[in-house]
Design a protein around this ligand. Structure first.
Ligand SMILES: Nc1ncnc2c1ncn2[C@@H]1O[C@H](COP(=O)(O)OP(=O)(O)OP(=O)(O)O)[C@@H](O)[C@H]1O
Ligand SMILES: [Mg+2]
Length: 366
């Protein structure tokens, strides 16, 4: 079954064709990072306008790269929630129009399911980075023997979703069943990376910039407290403030000194050390909670990491579990198609293209 997946929930315009929820036939992504680097963050109206400009060329590229005509496509899947309202509208209106034009069943997919299902993608673009096996063998196998032979997570699964807008631990007893067992009470982990990067004067998006600076830094130079929250919930706003206060203290500046000005006083070494120390703390907080979740769910057979922050090298080195290939950690259409495939297998019915709605804020279980 070949599914065209369309993704526009934030600032990536993406489309891909995936066969049987696993084999990537094409994966076209246009990122708006260059536009938003100038502003230090996403401007929703600009994002929607940019999606509009490149949406159809991206779909056409995905179809061409996959060597597909519309006759070859069995279904269209699109992100309908959660995300930026204007961005979701462009993707869903495109998918709805294409479904009507080409008479294809249309499936609405939750963005976090897509991030999780990036771990089931193999073939051309995937499966190079499973920390559980730490084996490029998985990739080699999947390329040489076809995707059927590749290693995939075994249920029950624990999924750690770590992205720009979410930080959640989910228990998955089987395909397309999700129980949220932990969530952030304030900032998401990706948001925390982005905000700390701003304090340090590192470019947007903050995650990759912090990871790069951290490579040159001493991760033990500064100590930051771990939040004291019982159970499996997270909190990251305190960590962000702890970094801010530590930078002000290091520079002998008062706590009233504006955060956006601190970068002008920091040396490169201080930036690198702060980046490394922050990253170590953030990764350790994630892995501590995951370890508690594992203890509470001894039946779990696989751990999967999902979302943009799962590209982080320091996390990949320390963690045991499945990771999507780095290029599939961020937003893409292939993961939308993969998630839709498993939903269809679980009995999901198509959505009427004349009635499909978008939900900027909605839980994975809604
Ligand atoms: N190597 C990295 N290390 C840490 N964080 C990273 C890395 N690469 C990307 N990120 C972070 O990942 C986030 C983007 O991930 P993603 O695209 O999944 O988020 P989103 O789609 O905006 O949000 P959501 O998926 O919650 O709707 C950003 O916060 C970015 O800084
Ligand atoms: Mg995302």
């Amino acid at each position: 079954m070949k599914i065209l997946g369309i993704e526009t929930s934030c600032d990536e315009t993406a489309a891909a064709v995936v066969e049987d929820g696993a084999k990537i036939l094409s994966n076209a992504v246009v990122s708006q990072i260059d536009i938003f680097a100038e502003y230090g963050g996403v401007i929703p109206e600009v994002a929607a306008r940019s999606h509009l400009e490149v949406m159809m060329p991206v779909v056409e590229k995905a179809m061409k790269d996959a060597n597909c005509t519309w006759n070859d496509i069995d279904a269209i899947a699109v992100t309908h929630a959660p995300g930026l309202l204007g961005s979701l509208l462009i993707g869903t209106l495109t998918a709805r129009t294409l479904a009507i034009l080409h008479d294809k069943p249309l499936y609405a997919v939750h963005h976090l399911k897509s991030h999780i299902y990036a771990n089931w993608l193999v073939g051309m673009e995937a499966a190079t980075c499973s920390a559980e096996h730490k084996d490029l063998a998985r990739a080699a196998r999947s390329v040489s023997e076809g995707h059927a032979a590749a290693s995939v997570p075994t249920f029950p699964v624990l999924a750690l979703v770590i992205s720009g807008g979410h930080t959640q631990i989910l228990y998955m007893p089987s395909h397309d069943k999700f129980e949220i067992i932990g969530t952030t009470r304030d900032d998401a982990i990706g948001e925390c990376f982005d905000k700390v990067a701003k304090i340090l004067g590192l470019p947007y998006p903050g995650g990759p910039s912090i990871a790069k600076a951290a490579k040159e830094g001493d991760e033990n130079k500064y100590k930051f407290p771990h939040p004291k929250i019982d159970g499996l919930d997270f909190s990251f706003s305190g960590l962000k403030t702890a970094v801010l206060r530590a930078v002000q203290k290091e520079l002998n500046l008062p706590i009233s000194h504006p955060s956006h000005d601190l970068k002008n006083y920091l040396t490169k070494k201080q930036v690198n050390d702060f980046a490394a120390s922050f990253q170590k703390t953030a990764v350790d907080i994630l892995l501590e909670k995951l370890s508690t979740a594992k203890q509470q769910h001894p039946d779990v057979k696989s751990i999967v990491f999902a979302g943009g922050v799962s590209a982080n090298e320091a996390l990949r080195e320390k963690a045991e579990g499945y990771f999507p290939q780095k290029s599939l950690s961020g937003d893409n259409g292939a993961m939308v198609a993969a998630a839709a495939y498993y939903e269809i297998q679980a009995g999901k019915k198509p959505t009427d293209p004349y009635k499909m709605n978008i939900y900027p804020r909605i839980s994975i279980n809604a």
